[in-house]
Write a protein that binds this ligand. Structure first.
Ligand code: G3I
Length: 307
């Protein structure tokens, strides 16, 4: 196959990109998006600050633009993200009672998932709920502080009822190394959810890599271990700092690790050309600023094609 999406489809997987609504008017961007990718994730447009900037008042315009673009071309859509401490409007962080936080969280999930019911392949229900470092502890947030550990389970139960057709994912970064404390904490939560019947279908490994945080040597083993709990694994926000053959080798390893695990069902890169990456001074993506394919692109395509 000659494109990323078609090459991934040979093994029943998708290959996606994070997409920003404000680039959809740019012809080169759209040409590459439509040619190469069969899944999209709105980069910012489905986040709480975009979809419910003030309480009970919902705005879906930019997210709808991405959804209709994707739907018109048969692309899958990943919903990102419902419950997250960041890009959270001030009115949520300012809620002081547990009941208020609970009703705001559940209403947000119900309204956003309801708006897109039947259109979303997978939802990142809860994003980045654990701390970095050696503690394995929960991250402080208004949800954690007011509702305690149970908020994640509650969010997943609410999400299942809101759209029973979407895969429900827990998504995080720095959970790529099987031995990291944060990875173990997420693993234990997923194992607990599966044992108690809390609805969870997927773990999203964001997989933002750079020299401080390289592709771990046990990355494939880590994917395998999550999958063995009975969930799919999706690589949800892949980007790898670097250039040339070193970057290409790292991308190849990530793709090969996913392909080696049957429950690793798809890969999303966090942007299309380097200059639109959130790492503003970096070159972590598959296309350069002129939309030329980089060596990393060739390595990904070859790996997806099994060579
Ligand atoms: O839209 C406003 C614009 O109106 C304003 O003028 C401008 C001035 O700063 O800001 C614009 O918002 C920015 C937004 O991206 C849209 O471009 C925010 O400042 C900026 O903080 C925001 O960054 C996003 C970041 O999440 C925020 O946490 C990145 O685009 C996005 O790639 C990044 O994605 C996250 C995932 O959601 C979760 N995992 C980590 C990943 C990378 O940080």
């Amino acid at each position: 196959a000659s494109t990323l999406g078609e090459a991934a489809a040979q093994s029943g997987r998708y290959f996606g990109a994070a997409v920003a609504a404000n680039h959809l008017g740019e012809s080169q961007y759209v040409t590459v998006l439509n040619r190469e990718f069969n899944s999209v994730t709105p980069e910012n447009e489905m986040k709480w600050d975009a979809t419910e900037p003030s309480r009970g008042s919902f705005s879906f315009g930019n997210a709808d633009r991405i959804v209709s673009h994707a739907q018109g071309r048969g692309m899958k859509i990943r919903g990102h993200t419902l419950v997250w401490h960041s890009q959270l409007p001030g009115w949520v962080s300012g809620l002081s009672s547990a009941n208020d936080v609970r009703s705001a969280m559940n209403n947000h999930i119900n309204q956003v998932m309801g708006h897109y019911r039947g259109k979303i392949h997978s939802w990142d229900v809860v994003n980045e709920a654990f701390q970095d470092g050696s503690s394995g502890a929960r991250r402080q947030s208004v949800f954690q502080q007011r509702l305690g550990d149970g908020y994640i389970e509650e969010a997943f139960r609410t999400a299942r009822a809101a759209d029973s057709g979407a895969k429900l994912c827990y998504n995080d970064y720095n959970i790529d190394d099987a031995n990291a404390a944060k990875t173990r904490a997420v693993y234990n939560m997923v194992r607990d959810f599966k044992s108690r019947g809390v609805p969870i279908d997927c773990v999203g490994l964001q997989s933002h890599f750079n020299s401080q945080s390289p592709v771990p040597s046990n990355y494939q083993q880590n994917i395998q271990q999550f999958a063995a709990l009975g969930v799919d694994v999706q690589i949800t926000e892949l980007d790898i700092e670097g250039s040339g053959s070193a970057q290409a080798d790292n991308y190849r390893r990530v793709v090969q690790a996913c392909l080696a695990v049957s429950r690793c069902t798809g890969i999303t890169v966090w942007g299309i050309p380097d200059h639109y990456s959130w790492r503003s001074s970096g070159t972590p993506l598959l296309f350069d600023r002129n939309y030329n394919k980089k060596p990393a692109y060739d390595a990904v395509l070859a790996a997806l094609n099994g060579s």
